[in-house]
Design a protein around this ligand. Structure first.
Ligand code: AFD
Ligand code: MN
Ligand code: MN
Length: 424
């Protein structure tokens, strides 16, 4: 299914004057509004190929039907999102789940939908059929060199596939670690992982980056070999200038100050990319902004401040991606909500009165510092984000139009009720 431009135009027409009034008010309040709109229009968020189907938990999986059965259908789904919001213009693939035999056809299809290929993801957290060695006790960290070699070769193969598609980054997320005290020698596990990453790093083409994603726990429950941002930064620093840390919002211990992590990684020039999601308890993979919208804003506040301090282009300087899972919502509706929440937080961060904040910080006027931040956070920026979306050809109300056009019903009719997205 594809959404036609005229359907979006008709929907936008039906909205009447409400948006004009709300945006007019916002414009009267914020003289820099056109600048903000330009930045919002440029900002694109990568959709992970694994978030288009029902994620499920280890207890069960309740599909809503019409899930993409192939890489082509995943790209079509992201195309639908991008048509609706005009800011989901990238896809992040997972190999081997999304391996294709016909790169040119996939590139053509992505281009047709206005999508580019963001970071490629390797997978050494599962065993694949016909694989010689098991990853039960880790991959790049493994005590057996043959297992490490197999995992290194897989990552190099992912780079090769990414090159064929025009991607320019590899994200390595390792499930490596240990479940019980004494199981691992931490230093040996680190050294093995570093040596393995060095071999992968050596295979990166000139323009490429490698993102080292960290996670505090799960599937291992005692130690994780890339367990936090400090460990990820150690690897990134040792590997060299093409290596960066990737921050997944769900991969911290409770109450971690993620905005401070982001600020310091940016300062060090080592923040490479983001996986947005939200959580209440752990790596819940919930809709971005659904639990802690203030935290999301504070993270964007540091991102904007830190990127501006270094002259980094907001839209292209970092890899902006979602990493989510959907147990109870329609994955496409959920992704529309996540993208919207990210854009709202970004817009609010752009509104922060930086000069006033610097003065208040300098004067240790703590109450004023909070006032400045919350002035931006409590501003209703929905009309601003909506205006940016409409101007770039998207729908005024993406979820409303998605429902009016009965997109899910159409996908079920096309693909069937019992389909399972590849990889899930
Ligand atoms: C994991 C990690 C990582 C990985 C993904 C796989 O966050 O980004 O690629 O989920 O589904 O939790
Ligand atoms: Mn992730
Ligand atoms: Mn995760």
């Amino acid at each position: 299914m594809e959404i036609e431009k005229y359907q979006i135009a008709a929907h936008n027409q039906q909205q009447g004057n409400e948006q004009k009034h709300r945006f007019g008010f916002a414009a009267s309040e914020h003289p820099q509004i056109e600048n903000i709109i330009d930045q919002l229009i440029k900002f694109q968020i990568g959709i992970p190929s694994w978030a288009l189907g029902t994620g499920g938990t280890r207890f069960g999986r309740f599909s809503g039907g019409g899930e993409p059965r192939s890489l082509e259908e995943k790209i079509e789904d992201i195309g639908l999102l991008h048509q609706l919001n005009q800011c989901s213009g990238a896809v992040s693939l997972h190999i081997p789940w999304d391996t294709t035999q016909d790169y040119e056809a996939i590139k053509k299809l992505a281009k047709h939908h206005g999508l580019r290929f963001d970071a490629m993801n390797s997978n050494t957290f599962q065993d694949q059929p016909n694989q010689a060695y098991s990853y039960k006790f880790g991959s790049l960290q493994h005590t057996n060199k043959a297992v490490r070699k197999q995992a290194i070769e897989h990552n190099i193969e992912v780079i090769r596939q990414g090159v064929a598609l025009g991607s320019e980054a590899l994200t390595v997320w390792l499930a490596d670690g240990s479940c019980f005290p004494g199981q691992l020698n931490f230093r040996k596990a680190f050294q093995n992982t570093l040596e393995s990453l060095e071999e992968i790093y050596a295979a990166l083409p000139a323009q490429w980056k490698i993102f080292v994603e960290y996670k505090a726990f799960e599937p291992n429950f005692y130690s994780t070999t890339v367990g936090d941002w400090g460990q990820s930064l150690l690897y990134a620093n040792k590997l060299g200038p093409k290596a960066y840390t990737l921050v997944d919002l769900g991969h911290h211990l409770p109450n971690a100050n993620i905005e401070q992590i982001v600020s310091l990684l940016l300062m060090e020039g080592k923040l490479g990319g983001f996986h947005f999601n939200d959580s209440k308890y752990g790596d819940d993979d919930l809709t971005a902004g659904s639990m802690k919208p203030y935290q999301l804003f504070l993270i964007f506040n540091e991102l904007v401040e830190g990127m501006d301090a270094k002259g980094i282009d907001h839209a292209t300087g970092l890899g902006w991606m979602i990493d989510a899972s959907h147990n109870v919502k329609d994955p496409l509706e959920d992704l529309l909500q996540s993208v919207e929440a990210i854009m709202l937080a970004y817009a609010q961060a752009l509104l922060v009165d930086r000069k006033a904040l610097v003065i208040a910080q300098q004067e240790n006027d703590v109450a004023r510092c909070q006032e400045v931040l919350q002035q931006a956070f409590r501003t209703d920026v929905r009309a601003i984000v909506q205006e940016a979306r409409i101007r770039s050809g998207g729908a005024a109300k993406p979820i409303q139009l998605y429902r009016e056009l009965k997109v899910r019903e159409n996908l079920i009719a096309e693909r069937g009720m019992k389909t399972i997205a590849i990889g899930l």
